[in-house]
Design a protein around this ligand. Sequence first.
Ligand code: 5GP
Length: 191
Amino acid sequence: MFSPETGARPLADGASSTASEIGEVLVSEQDLQRRVRELGQAISRDYEGRRLLLVGVLKGAVFFLSDLMRYIDIPVEVDFMAVASYGSATDSSGVVRILKDLDIAIEGRDVLIVEDIVDSGLTLQYLLRNLGSRNPASLEVCALLTKPERRKVELPTRYIGFEVPNQFVIGYGLDHGERYRNLPYVAVLQR
Ligand code: 5GP
């Protein structure tokens, strides 16, 4: 709970028992909010007069997307996809399975994929191919984080929040075993 007297924000319940797993903070809450506002303003300018549809990739992008949407001041709709990537716990293989498809048909729509993090790029490559084959008017990517050192395929990512080093990160939607999504900042997972 937020304390109005001290302004202190204790760790959320989900994080408190293993707080030692939360390592160095890479992106603070203030920097996240400032950058998300800038991205929302840029998207509003770039898509003025068009029918923008944000496609959020579950679950990690939900937190970023809901903040981002509040900084977009043109008409905008939202839909979600859930995908599972085959591979080890830390490496995606590029073989992706759709767990939940879009509800909305995207033919002729201006589609912006909203992702939490681009790591190898293989998941995004699959999404770009899959959604691209549905004939949208345009298809672009907005990713909160990117790990350029890990990239296996180069992809056009029009909007990027922050570059992070080659470390496993948690918070602001990003999980470790489904935990830590509720942290208001991005930190390194300390193993
Ligand atoms: P890619 O296909 O680009 O290798 O993997 C993308 C997905 O892997 C992301 O959408 C995210 O779900 C997961 N991922 C990649 N790096 C990290 C990380 O550092 N932390 C967390 N929590 N998930 C990551």
